[in-house]
Design a binder for this molecule. Structure first.
Ligand code: GAR
Length: 208
């Protein structure tokens, strides 16, 4: 594959979106062509506009149900020729109908070493459990909560202070490397799911 039309969905601050805009957007044919949110006030939307990327808001309250909201969002992305959907702090569960529109074409960044600490507040869960190592996972999105095949993971030690802000900062720094790296690998056509084992993601070595 050469080049990739990417959409990012984000609900919050959008530092992961910013990392993608700063490090992969406009390079090697990778273009962020759309940024969507469920929250009209998400700072991610302002970051997208500043980068000249088209934005849209899909609020649950504006649709009869989640399926209708996700269908409108999938239509909006499909009209823009999106080939990869990146969830970067998108805090809504996608409906099966949406996921079927982009088979193995949706990835998510999660602030823990899955399958540990799925769902909300993974950093708080890790601190409460008392682990000494947590980390970051980038994975394909399936119909479960943070259950899809794992593309990249990196460990992050819990600081001796067990200070939440310090751990958050360390995790975010790793996210800002791992998520753009996953987009680069997918754009380069190096990421496939093992036909013999659909849990297993294969990453081909870089061409010499
Ligand atoms: C990130 O830490 C991301 O891993 C997390 O939300 C944060 C968004 O930060 N996502 C989840 O917890 C999803 N389960 P950002 O808005 O600054 O990119």
């Amino acid at each position: 594959m050469s080049g990739l039309r990417v959409a990012v969905l984000a609900s919050g601050t959008g530092t992961n979106l910013q990392a993608i805009l700063d490090t992969v957007h406009g390079r090697d044919g990778i273009e962020v062509v759309a940024v969507g949110s469920d929250k009209p006030t998400a700072r991610a939307l302002a970051r997208a506009r500043d980068a000249g990327v088209e934005t849209a808001v899909f609020r649950a309250a504006d649709y009869p149900d989640r399926a209708a909201r996700d269908e409108a969002m999938a239509d909006w992305l499909a009209e823009r020729g999106v080939e990869l959907v990146v969830l970067a702090g998108y805090m809504q569960l996608l409906t099966p109908g949406f996921i079927r529109r982009f088979p193995n074409r949706i990835i998510n960044v999660h602030p823990a070493l899955l399958p540990s600490f799925p769902g909300l507040d993974a950093i708080g869960q890790a601190l409460a459990h008392g682990v000494r190592v947590t980390g970051v996972t980038v994975h394909f999105v399936d119909e479960g909560v943070d259950t899809g095949p794992i593309i990249l993971q990196r460990a992050v030690p819990v600081p001796d202070s067990r200070d939440r802000a310090e751990l958050e900062e360390a995790i975010h720094a790793v996210e800002h490397e791992l998520l753009p790296e996953a987009v680069r690998l997918i754009a380069a056509g190096r990421v496939t799911i093992d036909p013999a084992n659909p849990r297993l993601v294969l990453i081909a070595p870089a061409a010499k």
